[in-house]
Design a protein around this ligand. Structure first.
Ligand code: AMP
Length: 223
């Protein structure tokens, strides 16, 4: 099964994707995390992607499609995978269908107002070592500037700075939002209100997934 988490930057796709992975065993794949890793390690791919990422633009379809093609067929994805940040435009969605045709698909869109996104992303900090995510308005770090999990340095992502957030939102509205109608037409689209607590959002995601998994089992039995 393929679970696609849609939603603007800062809507909590990464956090919810991790929880889905823990509860259901579907592998979470974040193109943003994979790209940042390539930038950190200075690979040719990372060098190509870096400038666009720092400006809040999308990196080229070729790059991200290549990453996904290589990742979703690994053995840890056999049970299923959760995509966080992919697809981000219609042509990526079509490529995804082509490369993994026939895979059962469900789309969960985590909705959030632009105003709240600006507030959340401005306060978001990440661990430079293990990627743990913190929000300055709710998380008090045990040691200032250090990750509670691994003691790595907690930093603000370059693309979480105000001007870049504005650009990421602009790009989201123009390029990614058309996916809502695309997936509505495919009858795989679900939307949930992401302005509530993490636990509340997660339990709503679980209801949607449990229903979908139950239906998939019934179909298997019938066949
Ligand atoms: P994220 O962590 O998902 O917000 O992604 C961070 C940045 O990586 C984005 O602002 C883009 O520059 C790039 N990126 C991540 N996923 C994609 C994608 N599917 N298509 C193009 N660029 C992407």
């Amino acid at each position: 099964m393929r679970i696609i988490l849609l939603g603007p930057p800062g809507s909590g796709k990464g956090t919810q994707g991790e929880r889905i992975q823990r509860k259901y065993g579907f592998q979470k794949i974040s193109t943003g995390d994979l790209l940042r890793e390539s930038v950190r390690s200075g690979t040719p791919l990372g060098k190509k992607a870096e400038a666009g990422m720092n400006k809040g633009r999308l990196v080229s379809d070729d790059i991200v499609i290549g990453i996904i093609k290589e990742r979703i067929f690994r053995s840890d994805c056999r049970k299923g995978h959760v995509l966080d940040g992919f697809p981000r435009n219609i042509s990526q969605a079509k490529e995804l269908e082509k490369m993994d045709a026939g895979c059962d698909e469900i789309v969960i869109d985590i909705y959030l107002s632009d105003q709240l996104i600006m507030e959340r992303l401005g306060k978001r900090r990440v661990c430079s070592e293990c990627g743990s995510i913190y929000n300055l308005s709710v998380d008090a770090l045990r040691i200032e500037g250090k990750c509670d999990v691994c003691r790595g340095e907690v930093i603000q992502r370059d693309d979480d700075k105000l001007e870049t957030i504005k650009e990421r939102l602009r790009v989201y509205h123009i390029q990614t939002k058309p996916l809502i109608d695309y997936y509505k037409n495919k009858k795989v689209y679900h939307v949930i209100n992401g302005e509530r607590k993490i636990d509340t959002v997660f339990s709503e995601i679980c209801s949607i997934l449990d229903k979908k998994i139950g239906e998939a089992r019934k179909t298997e039995v019938a066949l």
